[in-house]
Write a protein that binds this ligand. Structure first.
Ligand SMILES: [Mn+2]
Length: 342
């Protein structure tokens, strides 16, 4: 720490951004969950954490909007070898099920399906326990996926500590499908599972959705707990002359006092995340999400945790991990800044 040069070359010290902190002295832990078993289109999100770690060395430890970000104590927890191993085994089984569904078989192999659902359940419990153990030690936790099924366990862990909180859900998708492809904990079902099983979550505020099915649309329109600022709604309001600043105020006003941020990188333009599992044309700009997250951090609301999911490097020199590393830095430092104010 004494010799740490915030403007110098980041040291490959095994921590994100080359920051000189371990999990003992950190205020915020980045917990990587390299899991993409239920990815429906193309896998690769399990490689997100490693690629982001590498790309994080190029991120400047300076932010004109937040004082002294370089002093913020962020540390990555070691990746769990068991998760990596199980992901490989069950991804294989899931792929066979998805393949048989695509070939027109009504039901995948029920035995295999049960195995995948059990593995997802086990993963959820693992994430819940690990996140709980960090929170018990007074740490904030940022979850780094993995596909968008991984936050379920973390949100459950938060629910045993917070009786009423909302979720700001940035995503091209609504993730409100019931057991997509038969997978109970599909990445496309996360917010259906969270709303139906975790009553402490009292509001889901969705931003950027531009690819969803009719049953998801029905729920977005009719479930009183959901407020949806779809991609089309945002762009049409801006085309008619409304400002992003005003829309951000409305988004933040729709949230309760305590807020969890769930960030699927595919809410952004696919130009910024070409490798992500289910890219959708259109999307928010990096500046738009940065502005929204900063406004949230400056607001009276309290950010209680966050995840970043579906970052999947298209190739070694693609922009996915570069975008992801910067997003993760903003999510982590804005969360810490927001909590310092409280
Ligand atoms: Mn998505």
């Amino acid at each position: 720490m004494m010799n740490f040069d915030r403007d110098g070359v980041a040291l490959a010290n095994g921590n994100f951004y080359g920051l000189p902190y371990g999990t003992d002295d950190a205020d915020l832990i980045i917990q990587s969950v390299p899991w993409d078993v239920t990815t429906s289109y193309r896998p690769g999100a399990s490689r997100g954490p490693e690629a982001i770690m590498e790309a994080s060395m190029q991120v400047d430890l300076f932010d004109a909007n937040i004082p002294e970000v370089w002093k913020m104590k962020i540390a990555g927890a070691p990746m769990d070898a068991g998760v990596v191993r199980h992901n490989a085994v069950f991804r294989n089984i899931a792929e066979q099920i998805i393949h048989s569904l695509e070939m027109g078989y009504e039901e995948g192999n029920q035995n295999d399906l049960r195995k995948v659902n059990e593995a997802s359940d086990k993963l959820n419990r693992h994430v819940e326990e690990t996140a709980s153990s960090w929170m018990d030690r007074g740490k904030l936790v940022g979850l780094l996926g993995g596909d968008h099924s991984v936050p379920f366990g973390y949100v459950k862990a938060l629910a045993s500590r917070h009786s009423d909180f909302g979720i700001l859900h940035l995503d091209a998708h609504a993730d409100l499908r019931k057991a997509y492809e038969g997978f109970e904990f599909s990445h496309a079902s996360t917010f259906c599972n969270i709303l139906d099983r975790i009553p402490q979550v009292s509001a889901l505020v969705q931003v950027g959705q531009r690819d969803f099915c009719s049953s998801e649309s029905d729920r977005m329109l009719n479930d009183p707990e959901i407020t949806a600022f779809t991609g089309f709604l945002i762009s049409s309001r801006m085309f008619r002359g409304e400002t992003w600043d005003g829309i951000c105020d409305e988004i933040i006003d729709s949230l309760p006092e305590e807020v969890y941020v769930s960030f699927d990188i595919d809410c952004l333009s696919p130009a910024l995340c070409p490798g992500t599992g289910t890219p959708v044309p259109g999307g928010l700009s990096f500046q738009q999400v940065d502005y929204l997250l900063l406004k949230l951090a400056y607001s009276r609301k309290r950010i209680i945790g966050f995840d970043l999911c579906e970052v999947s490097p298209a190739s070694e020199d693609s922009i996915d991990a570069i975008t992801g590393a910067r997003l993760l830095f903003k999510l982590a430092t804005y969360t810490l800044y927001n909590n310092q104010k409280k």
